[in-house]
Design a protein around this ligand. Structure first.
Ligand code: HEM
Ligand code: MTE
Length: 467
């Protein structure tokens, strides 16, 4: 190809199908990405939104493209230059869909700015049993919508023979108010440890994609009952749609089985309060779903619509993400339909103190951390080792006690122990056991998966000891 050839905007815009070739522009350059469309990590349909035109307005939404390896990849497909008069107007290039995002707490460790993804540092994570709202981890896929509480309506699609509901916040307040402590964990928590084994696709979460709050709101089962829904013999799912959406208007969505939604004991909430405050914007203002014991991805924020369907949500995040695979499955062989969507999470624990790489005094060491299991399973024990897993001692569990089968929130734990004399280094390890006697795997390689989810191997922290 002669990469100095000049094309007009009109020529580029006539290349939007596999037959004509699929062209895009970035800055003053023109690319033929026909061959790449099916290989796009974000999916072909997203790439096709930009077909025949500039990438800038779309890439402004997804900061992952702001990396040299993405630019190098694109460069391979260059076919020429854009007519200088046809360059994207700077206003479009710089228009920032995230300009209206809220201001965040400076202590958060940011994994991605657009969309905003951040975790509290380990020093603060277990300082409080209840995570303060400003440092609660944040996992956004899109810009934060700015919703007016006065005009906000939650649309609940009615059952056949029932009635659809359009609920204002005041309508929701009229349902009995239910308040529970629930830990939310992202499926990608501790992904950075998987990356050390082999590259995975996703945000590099450390141990902080987990936090705990008191949530209050209406129980989903009460709202569904008012719309005429009942448990069904046949398979059914409750689908949730957020009011955050991408440039095509596709909203964030997810679903849970109807049986969980209708079970009063499962305590699924349409929450409007977090730690006694209205939900912060980053956490779903004015209303989000809270599904105790279930992966964060199903706790849909900025909730706009609830419906009961025979199948799971068709959302990308339900069907093409948040699933686990064998370590031998790669992006060429993965079949997302072959694996169930993640719902309940496996048992998890991590050390928040001391920090990896820290130097501690000889004498005594205090080891602290968190432990939690999905599905309401209680943490019955946390074992701590100072010698890489040769010998173990049980830590003291602290924080709120857990109800059997409804242990929705984490336990914090600590262990104060003498540093074995003469040790120059400690390889501190923790592992938790839940009340089904599920344990954490000892190493991460056998649970490695291409998306880097469900990372729950023993957590290690290496420290040096001053003589
Ligand atoms: C991810 C390239 C167009 C949305 C990625 C990644 C690459 C890439 C290499 C993976 C980055 C990483 O994880 O390090 C490209 C190229 C494009 C293009 C070469 C144009 C020729 C688009 C468009 C959109 C889009 C137009 C949106 C409308 C996304 C999303 C992800 C992604 C959402 C993240 C997927 C995930 O992590 O789940 N893209 N992209 N891309 N892309 Fe694109
Ligand atoms: N809901 C909407 N509408 N949009 C989102 O991007 N992210 C999900 C879930 N709900 C998301 C969403 C994911 S993957 C997680 S882990 C949790 O929200 C994170 O909730 P938090 O940001 O309040 O910690």
């Amino acid at each position: 190809q002669d990469s100095t050839r000049v094309y007009t905007k009109e020529e580029v815009s006539s290349h939007t199908s596999p037959e004509t070739g699929i062209w895009v522009t970035l800055g003053s350059e023109v690319f033929d990405v026909t061959e790449f469309v099916d290989l796009h990590p974000g999916g072909p349909s997203k790439l096709m939104l930009a077909a025949g035109g500039p990438l800038e307005p779309f890439w402004a939404l997804y900061g992952v493209h702001n990396q040299s390896h993405v630019r190098e990849l694109l460069a391979q497909y260059k076919i020429g230059e854009l007519n200088p008069e046809d360059k994207v107007p700077p206003a479009l290039e710089t228009s920032d869909p995230y300009a209206d995002d809220p201001v965040r707490h400076p202590a958060l460790q940011v994994n991605s700015q657009r969309p905003f993804n951040a975790e509290p540092p380990p020093e603060l994570l277990t300082e409080n049993y209840i995570t303060p709202n400003p440092i609660f981890f944040t996992r956004n896929h899109l810009p934060v919508p700015n919703l007016d509480p006065d005009t906000y309506r939650l649309h609940v699609v009615g059952a056949p023979g029932g009635q659809s509901l359009s609920l204002s916040l005041d309508d929701l307040y009229k349902f009995p108010k239910h308040e529970i402590t629930v830990t939310l964990q992202c499926a990608g928590n501790r992904r950075s440890e998987m990356t050390q084994v082999k590259e995975v696709k996703g945000l590099e979460w450390k141990i902080g994609a987990i936090s705990t709050a008191r949530w209050a709101g209406a129980r989903l089962c009460d709202v569904l009952a008012q719309a005429g829904h009942q448990l069904r013999e046949t398979e059914a799912h409750v689908c949730f749609e957020g009011l955050d959406s991408d440039p095509t208007g596709t909203a964030y969505g997810a679903s849970i089985p109807l049986a969980r939604a209708m079970d009063p004991e499962a305590e699924v909430l349409l929450a409007y309060e977090m730690n006694g405050q209205p939900l912060p914007r980053d956490h779903g203002f004015p209303v989000r779903v809270v599904v105790p014991g279930v992966v964060g991805a199903r706790h849909v924020k900025w909730l706009g619509r609830v419906s009961v369907e025979p199948e799971e949500s068709c959302s990308h995040w339900q069907r093409r993400d948040y699933k686990g695979f064998s370590p031998s499955v790669d992006w060429d062989t993965v079949d997302f339909d072959s694996a169930p969507s993640i719902q309940e999470l496996p048992v998890q624990s991590a050390i928040t103190e001391p920090r990896d790489g820290e130097t501690i005094e000889s004498g005594e060491v205090t080891v602290k951390g968190y432990a939690w299991s999905g599905g309401g399973r209680a943490v019955i024990r946390v074992d701590v080792s100072l010698d890489g897993g040769l010998t173990w001692q049980a830590a003291e569990l602290c924080g709120e006690g857990q109800r059997p089968r409804k242990a929705w929130a984490w336990r914090l734990w600590q262990l104060q122990v003498p540093v074995p004399p003469g040790q120059k280094e400690l390889n501190i390890v923790c592992k938790a056991v839940d009340d089904s006697y599920n344990v954490q795997p000892d190493t991460v390689a056998p649970i490695w998966n291409l998306r880097g989810v469900l990372s729950n191997a023993w957590h290690h922290v290496h420290v040096r000891v001053t003589p």
